[in-house]
Design a protein around this ligand. Structure first.
Ligand SMILES: [Zn+2]
Length: 206
């Protein structure tokens, strides 16, 4: 690959680091359906377990938190939180894990989020929202150019709560736009690389 193309890719990797993390885990968690299908919170717990973290129920706390001690990593969560909200909250914790925000040398405690930067919190949030509504669903929504009320109606069933959907949908739409932008730019460069490799394979000029 010529230097200028390699540099283009490096720049995109720095600019859209979260996008590349998402792509990697879309593959690694393909069987679970991460960012492909709607997930229930048990599926999110499965992915968290694959990251080497056990889970345990604890009704004292509203928000889940990661704890580390005695050589074990445990995520405590409250099973009484609304299942949809739990998907977003547990997905946020999954986000901290897959973005490698936890260092081995600091205590994993409830207050850990306070030592994370805004950027880290935002990235973890994105993963939570992807667990809640997968991108392919929003691809379909875009095709029919539904508005927010129509999407809320479409997403509602006996298990959902209007409030949760209304509150979170605008953020999810914004994440979708950013994902799309990264996807377009990265695909363009990847196609250029493919094109270059095809030319090389056919003995063409660079
Ligand atoms: Zn956090």
């Amino acid at each position: 690959m010529p230097g200028w193309l390699k540099r283009k890719l490096e720049i995109l990797k720095a600019k859209y680091s979260l996008y590349f993390v998402i792509k990697k885990y879309e593959e690694l968690f393909r069987d679970v359906g991460f960012n492909r299908y709607f997930l229930d919170y048990e599926k999110v717990l499965m992915m968290i377990e694959r990251m080497g973290v056990q889970s345990a129920k604890d009704r004292k706390f509203k928000d889940p938190f990661l704890w580390c001690g005695d050589g074990k990593k445990v995520l405590f969560y409250n099973p009484e939180v609304h299942p949809e909200e739990l998907v977003i909250k547990l997905g946020h914790e999954l986000g901290h894990l897959i973005c490698e925000h936890y260092r081995e040398d600091f205590m994993w405690i409830k207050s850990a989020h306070r030592v994370f930067s805004n950027r880290m919190e935002k990235d973890a949030d994105v993963i939570g929202y992807l667990c809640w509504i997968p991108t392919p669903y929003l691809d379909r929504v875009r095709r029919y150019s539904w508005d927010i009320d129509e999407v809320v109606k479409d997403l509602s069933n006996c298990d959902t709560e209007y409030g949760i959907i209304y509150k979170n949908l605008p953020v999810r739409f914004q994440i979708y736009q950013e994902y799309l932008k990264a996807d377009e730019e990265v695909s363009r460069v990847q196609n250029m690389i493919k094109e270059f490799n095809r030319n090389v394979a056919h003995g063409g000029e660079r």
